[in-house]
Design a protein around this ligand. Structure first.
Ligand code: COA
Length: 222
């Protein structure tokens, strides 16, 4: 978990490590603040993944197709490191796993304007009923929790927006994932953990496992 605003003095260093594809995407940002955050996200991503792969940051290559799960380009010497990222303003989360699909999401409380309309769009009928059973003042927080659980799960599955969020119930911390929801041949287990983030935000990480129980560790700062 990193504050992108604290990396400003490293902007040039991060710029130097950017690939041609990253520079092309950078050129499409209209607001300088979005461009600065993008450079910081990509720089931190390289720096953190370099520690896990053992390669220098500038040597890492990525599959970065928009709206698709990003991945490291692997060669036989690269460990099977997978990752997922999310940001809200200057708050940046990078989740890293070995040989396990992973997804992370963070959202700011209050980011959803019309809570009822959003709930109708992203909740299953059972989630909507649960939400409506809560006092109105708890809805924003509850929806933010559901939202981040769903996006973490959809990112872990590599689905992003291609699957409607209203088709998966995420109230449980352990969810069995079976085809056709995922391309895993056998039913897999998705484990969802909340991540401690600063006041005013909610975040979750989801890991898809067919074997061992993932252990979640949260590191602060780059
Ligand atoms: C792309 C999406 C996965 C998340 O986008 P977002 O909330 O705008 O942005 P986040 O910061 O949470 O995540 C962005 C990261 O998701 C990753 N991502 C994009 N598509 C992905 C996919 N199909 N699978 C896994 N990860 C994906 C990318 O790494 C991206 O990082 P980058 O912008 O630095 O390249 C997608 O779900 C989306 O656009 N959601 C819009 C919000 C919404 O309607 N949510 C419904 C509530 S569940």
């Amino acid at each position: 978990m990193c504050d992108l605003g604290e990396t400003n003095e490293r902007h040039e260093q991060f710029m130097c490590s950017m690939s041609q594809t990253e520079r092309q995407r950078l050129g499409r940002f209209r607001r300088p603040v979005d461009a600065r955050r993008f450079v910081a996200r990509r720089g931190l991503r390289r720096e953190i993944l370099a520690r896990y792969t053992g390669f220098p940051p500038s040597e890492l290559r990525f599959h970065d197709r928009e709206m698709q799960r990003p991945a490291l380009v692997r060669n036989p010497r690269t460990p099977d490191i997978r990752f997922s990222s999310a940001s809200s303003g200057d708050l940046f989360l990078l989740a890293v796993a070995c040989a396990m699909d992973i997804g992370v999401d963070v959202e700011r409380l209050g980011a959803v304007g019309d809570v009822v309309a959003c709930a109708d769009r992203i909740c299953t009928p059972a989630e909507s009923a649960w939400l409506r059973s809560l006092p109105v003042e708890a809805w924003d927080d509850a929806l933010c929790q559901l939202w981040t659980r769903k996006e973490a799960l959809l990112k872990a599955l590599g689905l992003g927006l291609s699957r409607p969020a209203s088709t998966v119930d995420v109230r449980a911390d352990r969810i069995v994932i079976a085809p056709p929801m995922a391309d895993h041949p056998a039913p897999a287990l998705c484990i969802i953990h909340s991540v401690d983030v600063p006041t005013g935000f909610r975040a979750h990480v989801a890991a898809i496992t067919t074997g061992s129980e993932p252990v979640v560790q949260v590191y602060n700062g780059p």
